[in-house]
Write a protein that binds this ligand. Structure first.
Ligand code: PBG
Length: 308
């Protein structure tokens, strides 16, 4: 009876696995604040990606960790940069068997850790950053990404990337816009995951956790600029924002079940305070119930196997 009348579905194809690949590693490096998640070598990334696709996940979202960084984040646009090289590996290995996505943002590649380049006063220079995002997007599509995930919250980023792609003929590349991205404390473990160099915070370009109306404005702007899918991030503290986005969005809505949300459950489960599998499935189901069509989650491959 419960199966017959259940309202919310949770299927493997709705889950996207974020993955980390680091330059110059000999063996995968565990991320201590995200037990079970690692920085991959190019080799182990390929194997883990194949396993995730075989488990049924709908897509992969790739983040790269370079060996060296500079003020402009030049490793992000370099075709030999770790993220572009790894995208090429995965596209070669997987072809069109999954939807391959790339994080289109500079924070992993800059020596100051911000999502854009800085101006003379040390603030993020929105428009100078857009020019680099355009090049980064083209490099990622040429390396094999099907979908770009601009996550830097620069104003105008979706329009600039869309025009740049169209101009060079990449009309089929899609954009998953991190439209409503909050300046969240829950990103903490991600900073370890990508060896982030960030000293300050991202409050000048990410959203204030108290603002919901602003999220809808960000979403409308990204839609007008050509977003093919939109995202709300983080997920659990923002289920109302996911719901509001789903109510108005003419395109698919994604939610990012982020590093801190993962770490909380893992820590409690490791202590025997929560039933891990039940909690994970309840978390993912609640994000779907709020209205997310797809969920980026570090549990994607494991949960997909449970659901199969
Ligand atoms: C920025 C980016 C971040 C995350 C994904 N893309 C970090 C930030 O904005 O500070 C966080 C993901 C997570 O915490 O799981 N490139």
């Amino acid at each position: 009876m419960r199966r017959l009348v259940g309202e919310t579905t949770l299927r493997p194809r709705q889950l996207i696995l974020p993955m980390f690949v680091a330059e110059g590693l000999d063996a995968p490096r565990p991320i201590s604040s995200m037990p079970g998640v690692v920085q991959h070598t190019r080799d182990t990334l390929r194997k883990a990606a194949v396993d995730a696709v075989n488990a049924g996940v709908g897509g992969l979202m790739l983040f790269g960790i370079p060996a060296t960084r500079d003020a402009e984040g030049s490793g992000a646009v370099d075709e030999k940069g770790i993220l572009n090289v790894a995208l090429r590996d995965l596209r070669h290995e997987l072809g069109d068997a999954t939807v391959l996505m790339a994080d289109t943002c500079l924070d992993e590649f800059t020596d100051h850790g911000h999502c854009g380049v800085l101006d003379a006063d040390g603030g993020v220079d929105n428009d100078a950053t857009l020019r680099i995002y355009a090049q980064m997007a083209i490099a990622q599509v040429e390396a094999g990404a099907h979908v770009l995930g601009p996550s830097g919250m620069m104003d105008g980023q979706i329009g600039v990337i869309r025009r740049a792609l169209d101009e060079v003929g990449h009309k089929d590349a899609a954009i998953l816009a991190y439209a409503a991205k909050y300046a969240s404390a829950f990103y903490g473990p991600f900073r370890e995951a990508v060896d982030s160099q960030l000293k300050g915070d991202r409050k000048t370009y990410q959203q204030d956790p108290g603002n919901a109306r602003e999220a809808l404005r960000e979403i409308e702007l990204d839609l007008a600029e050509g977003a093919d899918m939109i995202m709300v991030k983080p997920a659990l503290s923002y289920l109302d924002v996911i719901k509001a986005a789903a109510d108005i969005s003419p395109v698919p809505v994604a939610a990012y079940n982020i590093s801190g949300e993962y770490a909380m459950v893992e820590a409690a489960a490791a202590n025997g305070w929560l039933d891990r599998e039940r909690t994970v499935l309840e978390v993912l189901t609640s994000i779907r119930r709020a209205g997310a069509d797809m969920i980026l989650t570090y549990w994607a491959a494991e949960a997909a196997a449970w659901l199969d």
